[in-house]
Design a protein around this ligand. Structure first.
Ligand SMILES: Nc1nc2c(ncn2[C@@H]2O[C@H](COP(=O)(O)OP(=O)(O)OP(=O)(O)O)[C@@H](O)[C@H]2O)c(=O)[nH]1
Length: 491
């Protein structure tokens, strides 16, 4: 069969098959310059009102993350008395009375029976000056890929630690999730962290214990790249609701004797909202795809650069397809939006596209400014606390936004000085724990696609062009071994 017979793209079959469909497509209402002007004005006026931020909850298994958020939602009036009593009864019934506050977040039967959070649950809460989208990340080791997905969408992290004797230490040692979660969220771009030192009732509200836990964490936070001005600490008792919203009640006299600082809500109320790069090219990595009403398909995610408006035609990468934005919705707004800008978590309803072309991990862009597709790229990475060193050719799983693909570390270019970034050794043979290095990464074909098949390039961009699209995490055999940033796309 000749090439000419195959090449039908020039025939414009789509418009022939339905001229009326084209007529029905929504039109963009504002030229780009006007849209940017309007967006800038609207975002400035938002400054006066309640600012939005998103929060990922991290910490070792059983530190009390779900209990803390469940209780906080109750204190802020988001869970009514009736639901609270129903949760208490239901968790008592299966012999897990102490988990009743977590019930509000741990939704599935399996999670409730095992008493652990398995997927990232979404909730929103309002403090006087902030509207906060909460991502409750799972603490269990097996569920780290879910946490990565949650953390890629977060502006800040709330770390919950269990201060009871021996428990803080267990979570903080090698293999505990306190360290791993902190390194992961920092690698994914989260730079603010609030630390809730929980279960202080277990140690009689001891000031010494609180200060000891804070000191140990402070040193580790600095070492992991968190600036002290962007980290804060607060003593709490999640189960009894102590120092979440206030410190009233006679059972907290012991805490009041030595603590007069902010409550958890005071700290959440001053979280730094995300910076919104609305002048950047549009980047919308798809986090989820679902069926919308009529012919529209919903895609949800966080806008990682630029601005999108109803009526715009967007390119879907990888691939040659396009789609038109029929409407835009956001969890935090009752009405559909005419446009949405970088930093917002939204759902776009798309038409004029077969849903088969929309998959998790694909990126929507303006057709005039596409994100590069890469099957080989260079990166600067930091190697975590690993036992088996990394060699050239090591097979790994590459995590980028909501996508994970098989890859290999195809070349070890240089070992770098962690502080200055200067080269300390060219072409090293191995990378061991703690190393900072420049490497080349090659995407591999998925295992079942046959030996002759080629790897599918992925949409990825140098960190210098777009911070969100230029971050990667590397895992091997279920363990996160490294994080890094993309330097250049090779091919
Ligand atoms: N004594 C005491 N126990 C608490 C406190 N907060 C939570 N707990 C208990 O700690 C246990 C674990 O709480 P969860 O909220 O399920 O912990 P988690 O961190 O969400 O756990 P995963 O979802 O498995 O990661 C439960 O039995 C809670 O009742 C507290 O302030 N004091």
């Amino acid at each position: 069969m000749g090439q000419q017979e195959l090449d039908i793209s020039g025939l414009n079959l789509e418009s022939k098959s339905g001229p009326t469909v084209a007529d029905e497509l929504p039109k963009v209402s504002l030229a780009r310059e006007k849209l940017l002007e309007e967006a800038r004005r609207a975002l400035e006026s938002e400054e006066g009102g309640r600012k939005s931020a998103s929060l990922v909850i991290i910490g070792h298994v059983d530190a009390g993350k779900s209990t803390l958020i469940g209780r906080l939602l109750y204190e802020l009036g988001r869970v009514d008395e009736k639901t609270k009593i129903a949760n208490e009864r239901a968790s008592d019934k299966i012999g897990k009375g102490s988990f009743s506050w977590a019930w509000e977040l741990d939704g599935t039967t399996e999670e409730r029976e095992r008493g652990i959070t398995m997927d990232v649950a979404l909730q929103a809460l309002e403090t006087p000056n902030r509207r906060i989208t909460i991502l409750d990340a799972p603490g269990h080791r097996d569920f780290i890929p879910n946490m990565i997905s949650g953390a890629t969408q977060a502006d800040c992290a709330l770390l919950v630690v269990d201060s009871s004797t021996g428990e803080f230490e267990a979570g903080f040692e090698r293999g505990g999730q306190t360290r791993e979660h902190l390194i992961l969220v920092r690698s994914l771009g989260v730079s603010q962290v609030v630390v809730a030192v929980n279960k202080l009732d277990q140690v009689d509200w001891s000031r010494d214990r609180y200060e000891d836990v804070c000191e140990q964490l402070k040193a580790f936070l600095v070492q992991s790249g968190f600036h002290p001005s962007r980290t804060s600490f607060v003593p709490v008792g999640a189960m009894a609701g102590v120092n979440l919203l206030d410190r009233s009640g006679s059972d907290v006299l012991a805490l009041r004797a030595w603590y007069s600082g902010p409550t958890l809500v005071n700290l959440l109320d001053t979280l730094q909202p995300p910076t919104r790069d609305i002048d950047a090219p549009l980047r919308f990595p798809i986090f989820n795809v679902f069926k919308g009403s009529a012919s529209a398909t919903g895609v949800s995610g966080r806008i990682c650069g630029g601005i999108v408006q109803v009526g715009e035609r967007l390119r879907i990468l990888p691939g040659d397809e396009t789609a038109v934005v029929k409407s835009i919705e956001s969890e935090s707004e009752a009405e559909p939006l005419p446009w949405a800008a970088a930093g917002s978590n939204v759902t776009l309803y798309l038409i004029a596209v077969d849903p088969i072309h929309l998959s998790i991990g694909s990126v929507l862009c303006s057709p005039s400014n596409l994100i590069p597709l890469a099957s080989v790229f260079t990166a600067r990475i930091i190697v975590f606390d690993i036992e088996v060193p990394i060699l050239a050719g090591t097979s790994v799983e590459l995590f980028h936004q909501s996508r994970n693909v098989p890859a290999s570390i195809s070349k070890l270019t240089a070992i770098l000085d962690r502080a200055s970034g200067g080269v300390t050794k060219n072409n090293p043979r191995v990378l061991t724990k703690g190393a900072s290095a420049e490497v080349q990464i090659t995407i591999r074909p998925v295992a079942f696609s046959g030996p002759a098949s080629r790897a599918q390039p992925i949409p990825i961009e140098p960190f210098a062009s777009n911070k969100d699209m230029g971050r990667i995490l590397i895992r091997r055999g279920g363990e996160t071994i490294s994080a890094g940033i993309v330097l250049t796309v090779v091919s």
